[in-house]
Design a protein around this ligand. Sequence first.
Ligand SMILES: [Fe+2]
Ligand SMILES: [Fe+2]
Length: 215
Amino acid sequence: MTLLQTDQLIETSPIDVHEASATDLDPLWAAVSTEMRTRANNIHVPISFAYAERLCLAYPEADALVVRVTILLHDTGWARVDETKIITEGFGGDWRKADIRYQHEAYGCDIAREVLPGLGYDEAFITRVTDIIDGHDTRAESHSIEDSLVRDADRLWRFTPAGIALASGWFTMTPSVYCNRLRQEILPELITSAALAMATAEMDRSEALLKIDVL
Ligand SMILES: [Fe+2]
Ligand SMILES: [Fe+2]
């Protein structure tokens, strides 16, 4: 697949927040703080959110608010799925087709419709958000630039030491086996050239830091 290119500067330094980072969505974070406690959402989602903001700078044609709100809410639905099945079905066997993956998307759309109206978002905006949440994990193709940036941000956190630590445990793989899988399976799924540059830089740093070549 051809990567979506950009003329903009691509920021590949270690992911972080800084003084200028926007806090406009803090009321939305607070509204779903309970849903952030499931499946390490409270680690995954803030890191993926920070990557989404970098991707929005690399692709200014995307509607950044749609991307930021959607990545923030995309996995809240895990909070309403049977927790024991998250590990048994979500990471074992044919995990990509597990029922709970469809359920977490549908519940995520429900949660978006519950919390966004009270924070001032209109129906048209909310539908743009739920159109991306619905299928973010189970639909193969992206439907818009905003959908593409959410998909890439959802994957980018995996290349960080925090992502490797959590996900290698979920899949019961050693970090080195898991890093190999990231390179083989997740890197090729990225849609934008900016995300590929960010992922490759982070993967190189993480593998060196975690001594993947010897451990
Ligand atoms: Fe998801
Ligand atoms: Fe996710």
